[in-house]
Design a protein around this ligand. Structure first.
Ligand code: BEZ
Ligand code: FE
Length: 617
C-alpha cells in the first residue's frame, strides 16, 4: 500500500489562445492598479512601466536595480513575461516586496508553478522555497509561444519532460502527481515533433504548453533527483546552457535509474524503451545529443561527477561518483543509452523475425506473439533465474507424469482456465447452440453401447437419477440417430478409470437418439470430486490456497452427421463449488435443476442444440 503526504499549492491558471488580453482583469483581481512589467519584450497592453534588464540566473544586482524601479514607479503588482529568467526576477521581487505576481511564461521551463527561487550573488547560487513566492495568476497564452523558435521549443519541452520523469520516481510521488507527470510526458512527446515540423501549429503549441504546466506542477510539488542535480552542476559550475543541457542529460539519467518508472514512461511515450525513446526523440528533432557539442571539455567529467555526488539526495539508484562519471561520459560522447529494456526489445524482435520464413504463417504469428508475451512477462516481473529454473522443473514434472491414463498437461491447462478460455471463444462463435464445456481427462473412447432406459450405475450405491435427453438442431428440429456418450463420477466422486479394482466400464455409456431426437437412461446423481491433485498441478493448487473440487456434473459428447460435435456438461443446480469450480468449467446456461420425484429419484431433462457442421470445425 502506498502512503504519502500531498499539499497542493498550484497558482490560478488562465489558459488559452490570446489570453494575454485578460492581463488587465487579472491585475485588478490581484488588487493592482500600477503594474510593473518585467520583460525583455516591449510594453504590453495595460502595462506601460517596463523593466527590461532581465538576466539569466537571477543575479542579485539585477534584482536590486529592478527593486529601485518598483519603488520609483510605486508599483503595486508585478508582471513577469518571458522565460524562466523573467519569472525568476518576479519571484526575487516578491521575496523583497510581497507584491502580487502575475506570470506570463513564453517557454516550457515550468518555474511559474514552483515556490522555488534560485539567485546568484557574486557567482554563488542560493535557493529558497516558500509558497508565498508563487504567482497569484499564471496566464498561459498559446499565441505567445508560437514564435518560440523550434530548436528552443524542443529543448525547453525536454526540460519540462525531465520534471515529469523525475516526479515519477520522487520519494514524494503520489497518484495525483503521477497522473500529471504521465500526461505531461505523453503530451510533450506528441507535441514536440509537430512543433519542430510546423512551429506555428496552434494545437501542438497548446498541447506542449499544457504539458509544461503539468510538468511545472510536478517540479513545484515533489523533490527532483539526479537529473536536476546534474543539470544544476553543469549549468552552475560549467556555464552550460540550461534547456540544452536538460535535453542531452535526460536520456542518460533515465538509463542510469532504469528500470524504476521506465515502463510507465515508455507507455506514455509510446515506445518500448523509455531512455532510448527520449534520446531518439531529441535526436530526431535536432536537439543537441552530446555534452561535447555544448562545449564541455572531457576533462570536466570527473569534476562534475564528484560535484554532483558531494551531498546525498534521494534518487532511485545509489548515486556514486564512478557511476555518474560513466553516465556523463556516455552523455559527452552522445551515445544512444543502452538499457536492459532496449537490449530485450532487440532480442524479442530477433526471435520474432526468426519465424518469418515459416511456411505456415499462422504458426509464425502464434509463435511470434507467444515469444513477445513471454519476454514481456520476464521483463515486467523481473523474473529471476531461480524462478525460471523452478518453472522449467515444474513443466518437466508435468510432462513426466503424463501417460495414456493421466494427462497432467490437460489438467494444468484446465486449472489455469486456458481450456475454458479456448472453449469460451470457440463457443461464442455459435450463440444459438448449447454451450460447450471442457472435455476433461476421464473420457474413454468407445464406451459400452446401451439401450434407452439402461441403468448406467449397474446397481452402484447413490441417489437414483433419471435423465431425459433430446437433441435438436438450432431451429429445434429433432436430430435422429445422434451418438450421445455420457460419463460421470460415482457417489464418492470417482470415475471408473480411477478405481483399478472395479470390474469393467461403469457410469459411462453410448446411446442413440430415436426418430424424435430423444433418449433416456437411469443412473445415480453425480457428486463433487477433487481433480487428481497428487502431482505438480495439485502442488500448484495448494501453493496458491486453491481447492481441487469440481462441481457435480454429467458429461456429454454428442455427434451426428451434418452437425458440429458438442462436448459439454450439465451441472446440478444447488450443488457445491458451482462458484469455484477448480477448472473454471461452469457456465450459467449449463446449471440445471435436478428436481426430486416423490420416491426420491432425481430427474433431469435437457435439450441439446447442435450447430451445423461447418468447414474448419
Ligand atoms: C472432469 O470433469 O472430468 C475434469 C475436467 C477437467 C479436469 C479434471 C476433471
Ligand atoms: Fe468430470
Amino acid at each position: 500500500m502506498e502512503s504519502f503526504e500531498y499539499t497542493a499549492h498550484h497558482p490560478r491558471v488562465v489558459f488559452g489562445a490570446g489570453t494575454l488580453s485578460r492581463l488587465p482583469a487579472e491585475i485588478a483581481r490581484a488588487g493592482g492598479s500600477r503594474p510593473l512589467l518585467l520583460s525583455r519584450r516591449g510594453p504590453v497592453a495595460g502595462v506601460d512601466a517596463v523593466f527590461d534588464g532581465v538576466a539569466m540566473h537571477t543575479p542579485v544586482e539585477v534584482t536590486e536595480r529592478a527593486l529601485e524601479v518598483v519603488r520609483e514607479r510605486g508599483a503595486d503588482c508585478l508582471v513577469a513575461l518571458g522565460g524562466g529568467s523573467s519569472t525568476g526576477l518576479g519571484k526575487a521581487l516578491v521575496a523583497r516586496t510581497g507584491l502580487p505576481l502575475i506570470a506570463v511564461p513564453t517557454t516550457y521551463a515550468g518555474s511559474e508553478m514552483t515556490p522555488i527561487l534560485g539567485e546568484t550573488d557574486g557567482g554563488v547560487k542560493t535557493t529558497r522555497r516558500d509558497p508565498a513566492l508563487l504567482p497569484a495568476t499564471v496566464i498561459y497564452d498559446v499565441e505567445l509561444t508560437r514564435t518560440l523558435p523550434a530548436g528552443l521549443s524542443v529543448t525547453s519541452g525536454l526540460n519540462a519532460m525531465a520534471h515529469a520523469v523525475e516526479a515519477l520516481y520522487s520519494p514524494q510521488a503520489n497518484p495525483a502527481i503521477d497522473s500529471f507527470a504521465l500526461d505531461a510526458i505523453g503530451r510533450l512527446a506528441r507535441a514536440l515533433p509537430r512543433i519542430a515540423d510546423r512551429p506555428d501549429d496552434l494545437d501542438a503549441r497548446a498541447d506542449a504548453l499544457t504539458g509544461a504546466w503539468l510538468a511545472g506542477i510536478c517540479l513545484g510539488t515533489v523533490g527532483m533527483g539526479l537529473h536536476h542535480k546534474l543539470c544544476h552542476v553543469l549549468g552552475g559550475s560549467f556555464g552550460l546552457p540550461h534547456s540544452e543541457t536538460h535535453a542531452v542529460v535526460l536520456p542518460h539519467v533515465m538509463a542510469y535509474n532504469a528500470p524504476t518508472a521506465m515502463a510507465r514512461i515508455a507507455a506514455a511515450l509510446g515506445v518500448s524503451d523509455a531512455p532510448a525513446g527520449v534520446f531518439d526523440l531529441a535526436a530526431r528533432l535536432g536537439a543537441p545529443t552530446s555534452l561535447a557539442e555544448l562545449g564541455l571539455p572531457e576533462t570536466a567529467l570527473r569534476t562534475a561527477a564528484v560535484a554532483a555526488t558531494e551531498t546525498p539526495y534521494p534518487n532511485p539508484r545509489a548515486v556514486t561518483a564512478d557511476g555518474v562519471e560513466r553516465l556523463l561520459s556516455d552523455a559527452w560522447h552522445g551515445h544512444r543509452p543502452a538499457t536492459a529494456a532496449g537490449d530485450l526489445s532487440r532480442l524479442t524482435a530477433q526471435v520474432v523475425a526468426s519465424f518469418a520464413g515459416a511456411p505456415d504463417q499462422r504458426l509464425a504469428a502464434l509463435l511470434g506473439d507467444l515469444v513477445t508475451r513471454l519476454h514481456g512477462f520476464v521483463a515486467d516481473n523481473d523474473l529471476t533465474e531461480a524462478e525460471w529454473t523452478a518453472a522449467i522443473g515444474f513443466l518437466t514434472e508435468t510432462g513426466q507424469l503424463c501417460s495414456p491414463t493421466r494427462q497432467e498437461f490437460v489438467l494444468l491447462s484446465d486449472t489455469l482456465g486456458i481450456s475454458s478460455a479456448v472453449d469460451l471463444l470457440s463457443n461464442s462463435r455459435s450463440p444459438d447452440t448449447t454451450p460447450s464445456a471442457v472435455l476433461g481427462p476421464f473420457y474413454v473412447e468407445g464406451p459400452p453401447v446401451k439401450e434407452h432406459g439402461a441403468d448406467l450405475a449397474e446397481g452402484l450405491p447413490g441417489t437414483p437419477l433419471r435423465a431425459d435427453v433430446r437433441v435438436t438442431d438450432v431451429d429445434g428440429r429433432p436430430v435422429a440417430g445422434a451418438t450421445v456418450d455420457v460419463w460421470q463420477s460415482n457417489q464418492d466422486g470417482y470415475y471408473d478409470v480411477q478405481l483399478p479394482d472395479l470390474e469393467g466400464p461403469v457410469l459411462r455409456a453410448r446411446l442413440r437418439t430415436d426418430g424424435d431426437g430423444r433418449l433416456w437412461f437411469r443412473s445415480i446423481l453425480p457428486s463433487e470430486y477433487p481433480i487428481p491433485d497428487d502431482g505438480p498441478v495439485g502442488r500448484m493448487l495448494r501453493a496458491t490456497g486453491r481447492h481441487p473440487y469440481r462441481a457435480p456434473h454429467l458429461h456429454f459428447m454428442i455427434s451426428a452427421p451434418g452437425h458440429r460435435r458438442l462436448v459439454t456438461q450439465l451441472f446440478v443446480a444447488g450443488g457445491p463449488y458451482l462458484d469455484s469450480d477448480a477448472v473454471f468449467g461452469v457456465k450459467d446456461d449449463l446449471i440445471i435443476d435436478f428436481p426430486s420425484d416423490e420416491d426420491g429419484t432425481r430427474r433431469v431433462a435437457f435439450t441439446f442444440r447442435l450447430g451445423p457442421d461447418s468447414a474448419g470445425d
